[in-house]
Design a binder for this molecule. Structure first.
Ligand code: CAO
Length: 561
């Protein structure tokens, strides 16, 4: 009997992985290749097997310890000469013993022709918890490519396809339609030929893995599209068609429908809980082509029988409103009917409903930004070579953070009879994109300077225009600013982006004569429109908030006070 050290083998590129589980204890008899501990990096978790058989004498690590290749895991009393002979040199890599480690796909050099089991886990899907699986694209036996979509999940904010982080043959699918999943959950086990590729982390590589494809723009992408907190008890069940009758379909089915010009809301879904499948789109298209079915657009153009109704005649019925009038506009002249983009539909319908839930009031005011604008222009001149352009909106974000700090109820949300006061300062800004309105969020704006905010705004606005914002980038705002300053107008009434309780609308600044007590002076005045939820904020507080904003914008040094 000899005492041998069992060490951490070659675990690829992972330095200093944390021990998260001890699978054996002193006195246990272990076999060669039996798992001893589980370690986890930010990319993968893996079990470390024993390189020899014997009795565990002493465990040299504990949960939370960081280990790396060569670290001693435990002392083993080797079972007989044969095993002792099989005991590896201290750095004996498990890989050389052809022991696949769960969660890692090995480099060809390490595994030769060994087939490994690869765990595919749910990657970073933003803040979304317990999202429902609504569609499964693959079945056991399928050959899966890296990045191939495996399933679609849907939260109340977005539908997204979850891609595979590895290639291989699908051995086992661990989820089914209706399951709720979270980041890190095991999705599938692939059997990957070791010759496939260099090591690929398969355990939810948050930053390294391609973002899941966001197929449906999020509810929060529109400044007013999130259900108000008061109605959160009737939260959207992702597997049931929402009452607004928005069709349920995966991003790829939506894309397919868009390519064919099929109005999704007119297709009857045959999938789980009425979900529209690709076959439904094909069937609908065939039916239209054969004349068996007419789309609403076709019906509207028909000389007789078509009512040409715009909008949903029943919309608003749930709110007790009179139905939208059905009008045949063709009676008055030529028309063209065009489907609205998905974002427009969301950002149009939900604010409408929300206006009826929230007693919203708007205060208008002006801020004298003469000096601030001069400072902004000078800053941009100085920073020309940095390539960062500072716009008024960056100053507004900073000014709003100061006002939110001074008036915390503006940084709250209703939760039944209670108010949730947020101690973080994430500011959303409405961005106009070719597909409609979205609201990217500058996170922790209180901790960032004007230049950093400007840089982030530029990046987020570009992603918004390219339709590449992730759900996480559109979530979590405390307060939203909707700036039409680059376009024009004087004042408007922005609609609150619930569950936020206020929103600032900003229009184009212009030179105005302002009385200074002795004479009129030309001053650059910025119109501010603050809409607030009267259940949380009262008129006096709103006037103070606006006036404080004006003071800061009038003299930005006040932000330091
Ligand atoms: N007064 C006068 N000029 C202003 C201004 C203001 N309040 N705000 C911006 N400008 C100027 C900028 O300085 C810039 O001028 P130069 O090109 O000469 O430097 C120009 O207008 C364009 O600015 P911008 O719009 O590109 O930049 P921004 O930071 O002000 O706004 C963004 C960025 C993404 C918010 C904006 O492009 C946008 O999409 N706005 C629309 C938001 C919207 O649709 N709101 C309505 C929501 S409710 O339906």
């Amino acid at each position: 009997m000899s005492l041998i050290e069992i060490q951490v083998p070659d675990i690829g590129d992972f330095d200093e992985v944390a021990v998260i589980e001890l699978l054996v204890k002193p006195g246990d008899a272990v076999k060669a290749e039996q798992s001893l501990i589980t370690v986890e990096s930010d990319k993968a978790s893996m079990e470390i097997p024993s390189s020899a058989a014997g009795i565990v004498k002493e465990i040299k690590v504990k949960i939370g310890d960081k280990v790396k290749q060569g670290s001693v895991v435990l002392m083993l009393e080797a079972a007989g000469a044969a095993s002792a002979a099989a005991a590896p040199a201290p750095a004996a890599p498990v890989l050389e013993q052809k022991q696949p480690l769960a969660g890692i796909e090995y480099a060809p050099s390490a595994m030769n022709s060994v087939v490994s089991s690869i765990e595919v886990k749910v990657p970073d899907i933003g803040d979304f918890k317990d999202v429902a699986v609504i569609e499964v694209f693959v079945k056991p036996g399928d050959t899966i490519k890296v990045e191939q979509s495996l399933i679609t999940v849907e939260s109340d904010k977005a539908a997204m396809e979850i891609p595979s982080s590895a290639a291989g043959v699908l051995k086992e699918l661990k989820v089914k339609v209706g399951d709720k999943i979270n980041i890190g959950d095991l999705l599938a086990v692939l059997e990957g030929a070791a010759s496939a590729s260099a090591p690929i982390a398969t355990s939810a590589p948050v930053s390294e893995q391609k973002q899941p494809v966001v197929g449906v723009n999020t509810a929060q992408s529109a400044p007013v599209s999130v259900a108000p907190a008061a109605s959160s008890t009737t939260a959207h069940n992702p597997t049931v068609a929402p009452s607004g009758a928005l069709p349920h379909a995966s991003p790829s089915v939506r894309k397919f429908a868009r390519e064919l010009g099929v109005p999704l809301e007119e297709v009857k879904g045959s999938g789980h809980k009425g979900r529209i499948t690709e076959a439904d789109i094909q069937g609908f298209t065939k039916a239209v082509m054969s004349g068996a079915v007419a789309t609403k657009a076709i019906a509207a153009k028909a000389p007789a029988g078509g009512d040409g109704a715009g909008g949903n005649a029943n919309a608003g019925a749930a709110l007790g409103l009179i139905p939208w009038p059905k009008i045949d506009f063709t009676k008055f002249g030529p028309i063209e009917r065009k489907e609205m983009s998905r974002i427009k539909k969301i950002s149009g319908q939900k604010p409408d409903a929300q206006r009826h839930h929230i007693p919203a009031v708007t205060n208008h005011d002006d801020a004298d930004i003469t000096d601030l604008e001069a400072f902004r222009v000078a800053t941009n001149k100085e920073n020309e070579k940095l390539g960062v352009k500072v716009t008024m909106l960056a100053f507004l974000i900073k000014a709003c953070v100061a006002a939110l700090k001074k008036f915390p109820e503006f940084n709250s949300s209703l939760d039944g009879d209670a108010l949730i006061y947020k101690q973080y300062f994430h500011i959303g800004f409405a961005a106009d994109t070719p597909n409609g309105l979205v609201v990217p969020v500058i996170k922790d704006a209180d901790k960032k300077g004007i230049l950093q905010i400007s840089t982030e705004m530029g990046e987020l606005a570009k992603k918004a225009r390219d339709g590449k914002l992730t759900p996480a980038e559109m979530s979590g705002a405390c307060f939203t600013i909707s700036s039409l300053g680059g376009i024009g107008g004087r004042y408007f009434t922005p609609i609150i982006n619930a569950p936020e309780v206020a929103i600032l609308g900003v229009c184009k600044s212009q030179m105005e004569p302002v009385w200074d007590g002795a004479a009129f002076q030309p001053r650059l005045m910025l119109p501010l429109s603050l809409t607030w939820d009267h259940r949380v904020i009262d008129g006096a507080a709103a006037a103070r908030f606006n006036s404080y904003l004006g003071q800061i914008l009038g003299d930005f040094r006040r932000i330091l006070l």
